[in-house]
Design a binder for this molecule. Structure first.
Ligand code: HEM
Length: 196
């Protein structure tokens, strides 16, 4: 993950003279991308695994989904703490105000979901009476305590919120990836290179 050799990119300041995100910011970003590439598809697929014969297989999907999701939460918290002390490079100076606002809103929305979505999933599993223990222990090793009593009403509400969060994620990720394509294919302003 190294900088482009084509000289400074638009959007520099004293701590980002080349316009690039710092290397820790890049690692946080791409680790999150990898984990999301696991959590999002496994989440959508689980409900289609049915039938008794597929029970163990389904538990495997739960285990992978929940561990990836919880790791996303830990990564996001660490990333926000790190970002607090290490602000990102500024937007390119010639970026129109509307695009700045759209970019900032999308980024804030994604950060909010990186925290909210795993929290909702985590408490939903607790409320259903299936905490991260046994076959779904965190990373297959760490058996987490149960944080609440089983409650079908709460579990249903949390699961609904988790589903809504999943679709919101899809919308914001489509906007985020669409913006990357727009910046690189149409504006040709090197935005993607700032994160590579
Ligand atoms: C950023 C992290 C996460 C993402 C992006 C994510 C995404 C998803 C998606 C897309 C679904 C399918 C929604 C639907 O079709 O109704 C889902 C379902 C689910 N998620 Fe997550 N999730 C995350 C974190 C977690 C965590 C941390 C847990 C638990 C510890 C969890 C537990 C569940 C459960 C139990 C389901 C229901 C699966 C089923 O039986 O259909 N998720 N998640």
């Amino acid at each position: 993950m190294d900088a482009s050799s084509a000289g400074p990119l638009p959007g520099q300041d004293a701590t980002h003279p080349d316009g690039q995100y710092g290397s820790a910011a890049k690692w946080f970003h791409w680790i999150t991308v990898g984990l999301m590439a696991i959590a999002l598809p496994t989440g959508f697929v689980i409900k289609f695994i049915t039938g008794e014969a597929d029970g163990a297989y389904k538990m495997g999907f739960y285990a992978i989904h929940e561990s990836a999701g919880l790791t996303i939460l830990i990564t996001a918290l660490a990333r926000i703490a790190w970002k607090w002390r290490h602000p990102p490079p500024p937007h390119p100076a010639d970026l129109p105000p509307l695009m700045r606002m759209a970019a900032t809103a999308t980024h804030h929305g994604l950060y909010a979901l990186l925290i909210l979505q795993p929290v909702l999933g985590f408490f939903a599993t607790n409320a259903w009476g299936f905490p991260l223990q046994g076959q779904t222990a965190y990373l297959g090793l760490i058996h987490l305590p149960k944080f609440m009593e089983t409650s079908e009403g709460l579990a249903t509400a949390l699961s609904w919120a988790h589903t809504i969060g999943a679709y919101l994620f899809v919308v914001l990720l489509a906007a985020h990836i669409g913006a990357v394509v727009f910046h690189n294919a149409i504006r040709k302003d090197g935005t993607l290179l700032r994160m590579l």
